[in-house]
Design a protein around this ligand. Structure first.
Ligand SMILES: [Fe+2]
Ligand SMILES: [Fe+2]
Length: 206
């Protein structure tokens, strides 16, 4: 895994303040991380329901969904080992903030959803990669491993987006530029809630 692979679509790196907050609040990080793995599986599965005719994509995303559920099981195991209990936590503004800008009509809509998938996987990969050296023990180990998987997932969504754009003559680069800017804004602006994909921790909340 090289940082340059996902850096190619991420318009801004994760701010230091988020990394510091994540290490201090590693219990909450794990709880939301477990939710993110479930959400990643269900997002991949949603593509199978929405676009059943795309059987090649369905096979690829079915595999990805199974891998995300395995990640959930790994995080769950770690939480049990570390004595961290699951808890219902409202999702961050992140995914909804990106989805708000998805085109209403097909085939543009599918391209936007695939681009968002690529960006979320790229950001997850970057965060795991940057968190691993700051953490210790089994959590550092898990995050190192996950950063490799998320780099592959990022590549897959990007490949699916490329294929879809080519088939329908859509402007991949233009849409990617728009969504990667939106993504960077969500990651670098102040955020009152701490989550796996939150922005800069808002000091006033503490
Ligand atoms: Fe995952
Ligand atoms: Fe993933």
């Amino acid at each position: 895994v090289t940082a340059s692979r996902e850096a190619s679509i991420l318009a801004a790196p994760t701010p230091e303040a988020w990394l510091t907050a994540a290490c201090a609040g590693w219990r909450d990080l794990l709880i939301d991380h477990a939710n993110c793995e479930k959400k990643a599986a269900s997002t991949a599965l949603a593509f199978l329901f929405t676009y059943p005719e795309d059987s090649r994509m369905a096979r690829q995303l079915s595999r990805l969904a199974r891998e995300e559920l395995r990640h959930f099981e790994q995080v769950d195991k770690l939480m049990q080992d570390l004595g961290v209990a699951h808890r219902r936590m409202a999702p961050s503004r992140y995914a909804a903030g990106l989805r708000r800008h998805v085109a209403a009509r097909e085939p543009a809509r599918q391209l936007d959803l695939l681009i968002i998938g690529a960006l979320i996987e790229a950001r997850s990969c970057e965060r795991f990669e940057r968190l691993a050296p700051r953490l210790s023990g089994p959590m550092a180990e898990l995050y190192r491993g996950l950063s490799e998987s998320e780099a592959r997932h990022h590549q897959l969504y990007l490949e699916l987006a490329r294929r879809h754009a080519a088939t329908h003559g859509l402007d991949l680069d233009g849409r990617m530029a728009k969504f990667s800017q939106l993504e960077a804004d969500l990651i670098t602006s102040a955020d009152p809630e701490f989550r796996f994909h939150s922005g800069v921790p808002d000091a006033r909340e503490d």
